[in-house]
Design a protein around this ligand. Structure first.
Ligand SMILES: [Zn+2]
Length: 443
């Protein structure tokens, strides 16, 4: 949902985010080995798990996953005593770190319990800490890679995480977006904008080809404009991710050779056929983004198109969105990927969308997991780097209490997080048992 031109960029931090920021400091001070130390550690680390989901749909039991210099070097049946320094994950399920192909790490709730906007008085320092808090919340929830369809200052966040200054997921970002009016909207000027983003270090190009769902979602970009923008992205070696709600807008994006279509609430059979035909990745949302707005109206009400009409549009879209997940999941050959569109207030809750996709959208749980691991990696053109538990892949690994391929809610019970061989979270056996008991009593 995303289309709030020049809304969130910085600001003040609500209490929850304060906690995250403090946790970041505490973490850097104590628990987490510095990335430099992790990289220089040559000794292999063995993770032992009763159950491994490899990210492609396969299930392995009683495995040792050997990690060295940030990468998985061997996956083999567990045998003998665990080597010194190894981590026994016990009954937990080990799987690749989750990948969210659509978040907005720059969006946050400010100290006045409102969505941050450029004119709310937050200083850049406050905003930067809020962004760091979002990144840490996301990593803690087991998401080790995200695509932040964001603003120019996402570059600073991406680079700070990559340098090991702060904990967070690997970030790919568009640094901004373009629409039918950008620089006058002629095909030539749209191509120039794409080249400028590339020059500024964008990892992906974000294009708005329809109105917001709160404004009806009709197509806004002509086929010629989409061909120019997505064609130039391809020529520059970049992927193009297109916001498109109406069937018409989504089909135009597929026909123009764009890489991925977002949202597609009004997608019909012809849309799904076009997506299959053009091998376009499709990322519709089931519930988190809508629920976050509808359950927390006070954070958003009165800002931009967050008004009674806008909220009613989202309410009406909910059943359509849930049904759309099932229709997409049952379309043979359709490359359904996982992306939450996590905005202010939703960071760290990303797995709620997995639960919605399975429980309300009726997507098969293993398919949902694949869509958030190896298939999401493919959509980012990182299929040789992340998204699988296999030799040669980055050691981005998480463990859950319970098996999410059997009970998808287990994806919300992440108790171990490793990224590039560094452990950022390991709640330990006692905490795990306590949490399981608490979870059982809630049900
Ligand atoms: Zn968005």
């Amino acid at each position: 949902m995303s289309s709030l031109p020049k809304l969130p960029r910085s600001a003040s931090v609500r209490r929850g985010l304060h906690r995250h920021a403090l946790a970041v400091v505490a973490l850097l001070g104590s628990v987490v080995p510095s990335p430099a130390a992790a990289q220089s550690a040559v000794r292999p680390l063995v993770l032992r798990a009763a159950r491994v989901l490899d990210g492609t749909g396969k299930v392995l039991t009683n495995q040792d996953v050997v990690v060295e210099r940030g990468r998985i070097v061997v996956v083999r049946p567990a045998r003998g005593p665990l080597p010194a320094g190894g981590i026994d994950l016990g009954a937990r399920t080990l799987l690749p770190g989750f990948i969210d192909t659509h978040v907005h790490l720059g969006w946050y709730i400010n100290g006045h319990d409102r969505m941050h906007t450029d004119d709310d008085g937050d200083t850049p320092a406050v905003s930067a800490l809020a962004h760091a808090g979002n990144a840490w919340a996301t990593l803690r929830a087991g998401f080790t890679t995200v695509q932040s369809i964001g603003e120019a200052d996402n570059a600073a966040l991406r680079d700070a995480i990559a340098r090991g200054w702060i904990p967070g997921p690997r970030v790919l970002t568009s640094l901004g977006s373009l629409n039918e009016r950008t620089r006058g909207g002629s095909p030539d000027s749209l191509r120039a904008v794409v080249r400028r983003f590339k020059q500024q270090g964008a990892d992906v190009i974000k294009i708005f080809a329809s109105k917001s769902i709160r404004d009806g979602g009709e197509a806004t970009m002509s086929p010629e404009q989409l061909q120019a923008a997505c064609g130039e992205a391809t020529a520059q070696g970049l992927r193009s991710v297109v916001h498109a709600h109406s069937a018409d807008a989504a089909q135009r994006a597929a026909n123009a050779g764009c890489t991925q279509v977002e949202h597609g609430v009004f997608a019909d059979n012809a849309t799904r056929t076009a997506l299959v035909q053009h091998r376009t990745f499709f990322d519709p949302q089931c519930g988190l983004v809508f629920r976050n707005y509808l359950d927390n109206k006070r954070w958003f009400e009165g800002i931009g198109n967050y008004n009674a009409v806008g909220f009613a549009s989202m309410e009406q879209a909910l059943p359509l969105a849930e049904a759309g997940i099932g229709l997409a999941a049952r379309t043979p050959g359709l490359k359904l990927v996982f992306g939450t569109d996590a905005v202010a207030g939703a960071h760290g809750r990303n797995a709620e969308e997995l639960v919605c996709r399975v429980r309300r959208g009726k997507q098969d749980p293993m398919d949902a997991i694949v869509s958030a691991t190896s298939r999401a990696a493919e959509s980012l053109r990182l299929e040789k780097e992340i998204g699988r538990v296999a030799a040669g892949f980055a050691a981005d690994l998480i463990a859950t209490d319970g098996d999410p391929s059997q009970e998808i809610q287990a994806s919300q019970r992440v108790s171990f997080v490793m990224r590039l061989g560094t452990v950022y979270r390991n709640d330990g056996a006692n905490a795990t048992a306590a949490r399981r008991a608490a979870g059982a009593s809630r049900q």
